[in-house]
Write a protein of this length. Structure first.
Length: 600
C-alpha cells in the first residue's frame, strides 16, 4: 500500500521513527510520501528521504506559514527539486480560513506562486483546504485552465468537501485523497467516497493526525493505513486487495513513479517463476500420484509456509476483530439513534403539552367577555397645514403643531363615532422679520398698513387661529381580531378661523410714534367642510373595563365656499378653496361598563 501523505518528519516520531517505518512495512505499507509544511521542516523532510528507497517527499509552504513565502524559499525549493529525484511534488500548499494564522491575501498569493513553481518543475501539487473551497477552486481553475493536458495536476489532501466539489476536482484532473476521518462514526464523507471513481482515489494517514477508528485519541502512524483502505473497500463494496492494488497504482501514476512500479512487477514475476520452478522440481523427484514427503520442504520453504499460515491466522484474527468492532460500532450507533429518538420524542411531548396548554388558555380567554368600548377620551398631536396667500415676502412656516382632543364610542366591532376638537395657529411678528424689513421697498407703503379714523397704522404682527370641530364615522377595514387594525373614515368639520392683527400708529410715511398703544383688529369667520381620514390603531386591555387604543392617522379637510377675511389681513386662505391636512398620533382611553363575547 502507498501512504501518500504522512508527516513522518514530525517531532512526534523523533523517539521511534525507524521503528514506525519498520511497522509500516510489516503492515504492507511499502511507499510513503512526507510533505513539508514550512521552512523549518525542509531539512527534516530531506533527511527522511535517506531512510528508505521508497520514502519520498514534497516541499512547500503551508497556508499557516504563508508569511514565510519569499523568493529565497522559492529558489531553495527549485534547487532541491532539480537535484533530488525523491522530491516528487510541491506541497503542502493551499488556503486555510479556519484559523487564519496568515492573512488571507498573503495565503492566496503564496498559493498562486507555488502553483506556478510546480508547473515550471512539472510536479504535482498537494492541496490543503479548510473553509476556503470557493477561493481554492477559483485559483486552481484559473492556474490550470490553459496548461498542457500532460502537465501534472494535484491531490486534494484529506478531501472533506461535497460531492459537487469532488466532481469539479475530477474535471480539473485532480485526485481525491482520503484519510482516517472517513472511519469516524459521525463522518459525512461516505457518499463522497462511494461516488469517487476508484482510479482517481488515493489513501493517506496524515500521521500523526486523524487516527482512524477504533484507535482515535492515539498517535496515528502509516501502519494504520489498512484501516482507511478497509473503510473504502466497505463503502464501495469491494475486496480490500482490489482497493489496495488500485490506489497503489494510482499513487505511482500520480507521483510519476512508473519506473519503480515496473521494477516491483518484475520482482514479483521473478519470485513467482522461482516458486513455480521449485514446485516443478519437487514434483519430478516424487513418485507419480504421491504427496511430497516432508523432507522435500526445504528449511526456507518451511519457514515461508509457516509464515504464510501465521499471516492467514493473523488476518483471520484481524477480520474477526474488525467484525466485532463493526458490531460494537453498529450497536453504539443504534443506541445513539434510539437516544436521539427518545430525546426528540420528549421534546415533541413537551411542545405538544405546551401547545395544548396554550390552546386551553386561548379557549378560556375567548370565554371571558371583552369590555365594550362604550365611551373613550383621547388626545393626539401632530402637524397641521393650510395653504395661504401671504401678503408679505416672508418665510413664515405654514406647517405647524396641531393638537386634538376627542371623544369616541363604538357602534359595532368595526364602526365607531368620534367627536373631536383640533386647533393650530399660524402667525408672525413682522417687526422682527428681516425679510419683512429688508425686502422690496424701504418705506411703509411697501408694507401692509391699516387706516383707522383718518390715521395710518403699520401692521406689526398677525395671527390666525384655526379651530376644527369634527364628527367622524370610522370603519375598520381589517378583521376586528387583527392585532393591527387599519381604518378609514368620513366626517363633517366646522372650521372656525380668527384673524387677529396688531398695528402701530405712524407719525409719517416712515416713522412710527413710539409709546403709543398697539391697535388690535380681529375678525372671526367660518366654513363647513368634508373630512376624509385613514389610520392604524391597536387595542390593549388594561383591566377593570379599560382599553387603551394608540393610533396614528392622516386626515384631509376640504371646505365649502363661504366667508373670507378682509383683504387688510396678511394671512388669507385661498379664496377659491380651503384644504387643510393633519398628520397626528395619539391615544384614546375607553371604558366599558359591560362586556361582550370575544367570538367574532
Amino acid at each position: 500500500m502507498f501512504d501518500t501523505h504522512c508527516h513522518l518528519q514530525d517531532a512526534a516520531f523523533d523517539a521511534d521513527r525507524m521503528d514506525v517505518l519498520a511497522q509500516a512495512r510489516k503492515a504492507g505499507v511499502t511507499h510513503i510520501v512526507a510533505p513539508a509544511t514550512d521552512l523549518a521542516s525542509f531539512d527534516g523532510t530531506l533527511s527522511l528521504l535517506e531512510h528508505g528507497e521508497n520514502v519520498f517527499g514534497t516541499l512547500g509552504i503551508h497556508p499557516h506559514s504563508a508569511t514565510e513565502w519569499s523568493k529565497d524559499v522559492r529558489d531553495r525549493i527549485l534547487t532541491e527539486c532539480q537535484s533530488n529525484a525523491k522530491i516528487v511534488g510541491i506541497g503542502e500548499i493551499g488556503l486555510d480560513y479556519h484559523y487564519d494564522f496568515s492573512p488571507r491575501d498573503v495565503q492566496r498569493q503564496a498559493f498562486r506562486e507555488q502553483i506556478e513553481l510546480a508547473q515550471e518543475l512539472r510536479k504535482p501539487i498537494v492541496v490543503h483546504t479548510r473553509e476556503s473551497d470557493a477561493d481554492v477552486f477559483t485559483i486552481v481553475r484559473e492556474c490550470y485552465k490553459d496548461v498542457a493536458p500532460d502537465l501534472p495536476r494535484g491531490q486534494f489532501h484529506c478531501f472533506s468537501s461535497t460531492i459537487d466539489r469532488m466532481h469539479e476536482a475530477l474535471e480539473l484532473g485532480f485526485y481525491m485523497s482520503f484519510t482516517g476521518n472517513i472511519t469516524f462514526t459521525k463522518s459525512t464523507l461516505r457518499e463522497v467516497v462511494r461516488e469517487t471513481p476508484l482510479d482517481w482515489l488515493l489513501l493517506e494517514t496524515d500521521s500523526p493526525y486523524l487516527t482512524p477508528h477504533p484507535h482515535r485519541g492515539t498517535r496515528n502512524t502509516p501502519a494504520q493505513l489498512e484501516l482507511v483502505a478497509r473503510k473504502v473497500a466497505e463503502i464501495k463494496d469491494l475486496e480490500l486487495s482490489v482497493v489496495a492494488k488500485q490506489t497503489f497504482e494510482n499513487a505511482l501514476r500520480f507521483f510519476n513513479l512508473t519506473l519503480s512500479r515496473s521494477l516491483l512487477i518484475l520482482m514479483l514475476s521473478l519470485m513467482a517463476l522461482a516458486t513455480a520452478a521449485g514446485t516443478a522440481s519437487a514434483q519430478r523427484e516424487q513418485p507419480a500420484g504421491g504427496a511430497p514427503p516432508d523432507s522435500v520442504l526445504t528449511a526456507e520453504r518451511r519457514r515461508t509456509e509457516e509464515m504464510r499460515k501465521k499471516q492467514e491466522a493473523e488476518l483471520a484474527k484481524e477480520a474477526e476483530a474488525h467484525r466485532l468492532d463493526s458490531i460494537k460500532t453498529a450497536a453504539k450507533e443504534q443506541e445513539e439513534i434510539i437516544a436521539k429518538i427518545q430525546a426528540q420524542a420528549r421534546q415533541d411531548s413537551i411542545k405538544a403539552a405546551e401547545l395544548l396548554s396554550e390552546e386551553q388558555r386561548r379557549a378560556e380567554f375567548l370565554l371571558t367577555p371583552m369590555p365594550w368600548k362604550a365611551v373613550g377620551l383621547g388626545f393626539s398631536a401632530g402637524i397641521g397645514d393650510m395653504p395661504m396667500i401671504l401678503g408679505k415676502p416672508s418665510l413664515t412656516p405654514l406647517s405647524v403643531l396641531c393638537w386634538t382632543v376627542d371623544a369616541s364610542t363604538a357602534v359595532t366591532r368595526r364602526l365607531d363615532f368620534d367627536l373631536s376638537y383640533s386647533h393650530m395657529n399660524v402667525g408672525d411678528s413682522f417687526i422682527n422679520d428681516s425679510v419683512w424689513n429688508n425686502g422690496p421697498g424701504t418705506n411703509t407703503f411697501n408694507k401692509p398698513v391699516r387706516f383707522i379714523a383718518g390715521q395710518t397704522y403699520l401692521v406689526a404682527s398677525e395671527n390666525i387661529g384655526i379651530s376644527a370641530y369634527s364628527l367622524d364615522l370610522r370603519y375598520v377595514i381589517t378583521r376586528p381580531a387583527s392585532v393591527i387594525k387599519f381604518y378609514f373614515g368620513i366626517g363633517y368639520t366646522h372650521l372656525s378661523m380668527t384673524n387677529e392683527q396688531h398695528s402701530l400708529l405712524m407719525k409719517d410715511s416712515v416713522t412710527t410714534i413710539v409709546g403709543t398703544p398697539e391697535k388690535v383688529v380681529d375678525q372671526t369667520w367660518s366654513r363647513g367642510a368634508i373630512k376624509l381620514l385613514f389610520g392604524v390603531r391597536d387595542d390593549f386591555e388594561i383591566g377593570s373595563g379599560f382599553t387603551l387604543e394608540p393610533f396614528a392617522q392622516i386626515a384631509g379637510i376640504g371646505a365649502f365656499q363661504g366667508d373670507l377675511p378682509s383683504q387688510t389681513f396678511v394671512f388669507r386662505p385661498d379664496p377659491q378653496q380651503i384644504i387643510m391636512t393633519q398628520v397626528n398620533a395619539g391615544f384614546t382611553l375607553y371604558f366599558g361598563w359591560f362586556g361582550v363575547p370575544r367570538q367574532q
